[in-house]
Write a protein that binds this ligand. Structure first.
Ligand SMILES: [Fe+2]
Length: 290
């Protein structure tokens, strides 16, 4: 064993792992320990990884499973279709990456039939004291719900409707969705509580953005109930706000956490991040193996 060390980020979730160089091959035994920590903690932070190459990031991410290639192909790193560039930088009159990450809590690709397992986000450039990313644990949120609400959410299915959400929030900014994009994102039903496939632990699986209603419930009643759960998820002291430094990598488990981008001065500072996104499975109410 290389003997990496762990430091908790929050009392309920998140770990910093030190003593790991992600540009070097990781022995299976060490990787299995990293993976177990990832599933248990929900978020892993690795600092001091400024020297790693795009290929190193892809190789490390791929050990967790196959990677997504983002539909916004204009923002993929040339030569590395698995790396999605997130940046406000403009070169030659063009944005080099997707800009303006979601300021509302979500887990990546939750509106797909098979949402992402996890995302690996690497900081290359960032402003000094803004542009953070905030995280909450949806496993800790489930545990913090009153028993009665846990029982209600245990039974509910949520309807994710990407096109409905886009029309309300994004169409004015980015223009309307094409018919082809609309056809790719039909409403999808997921259980409101999912079991982690590797630990069996229950998490709320919800979203401020994409959940339109719960099955068998009106939109108004659904939104009120959703707001009640989200208030618990975002309760004071439950958020981990990561202040980025160049060379940081944070990877988050989309099955048990949510995140949101914090604002920064997009006109006068530069932020450049590389994301790899690991493919996931259909969320299940009960774990089949653990
Ligand atoms: Fe995201």
């Amino acid at each position: 064993m290389s003997g990496f060390k762990k430091r908790p980020l929050m009392s309920t979730f998140g770990l910093e792992l030190t003593g790991i160089d992600l540009s070097k091959p990781i022995a299976d035994e060490d990787f299995n320990a990293v993976r177990q920590n990832f599933s248990d903690a929900g978020i892993l932070l690795f600092r001091g990884q400024g020297h790693i190459s795009p290929a190193d990031q892809v190789n490390f991410s791929q050990r967790f499973g196959p990677l997504e290639e983002h539909v916004l192909t204009q923002f993929l790193l040339p030569g590395y279709p698995e790396i999605f560039v997130v940046s406000n930088i403009i070169e030659g009159g063009k944005h080099i990456g997707a800009h303006g990450g979601s300021k509302e809590y979500h887990s990546d690709l939750a509106y797909l039939e098979k949402p992402s397992l996890g995302s690996v986000f690497r900081c290359l450039e960032c402003p000094e004291s803004s542009g953070e990313t905030s995280f909450v644990s949806m496993a800790a949120a489930y545990d913090a719900l009153p028993k009665k609400l846990q029982g209600i959410f245990d039974e509910l299915d949520a309807v994710y409707d990407y096109a409905w959400s886009y029309d309300r929030r994004m169409a004015k900014i980015r223009g309307p969705l094409s018919e082809a994009q609309r056809a790719k994102t039909p409403p999808i039903v997921h259980p409101a509580v999912r079991a982690h496939p590797e630990t069996g632990r229950k998490s709320l699986f919800l979203s401020d953005i994409w959940v339109r209603h719960f099955v068998g419930m009106s939109e108004d009643d659904s939104q009120a109930l959703l707001a009640e759960a989200m208030e618990v998820a975002k309760r004071p002291d439950a958020e981990y706000k990561h202040s980025w430094r160049p060379g940081d990598i944070v990877m988050w488990d989309n099955r048990s956490t949510m995140h949101r981008a914090c604002p920064f001065d997009e006109k006068n500072t530069r932020r450049l991040m590389h994301r790899t996104t690991i493919k996931g499975d259909r969320p299940l109410r009960a774990a089949t193996k653990h």
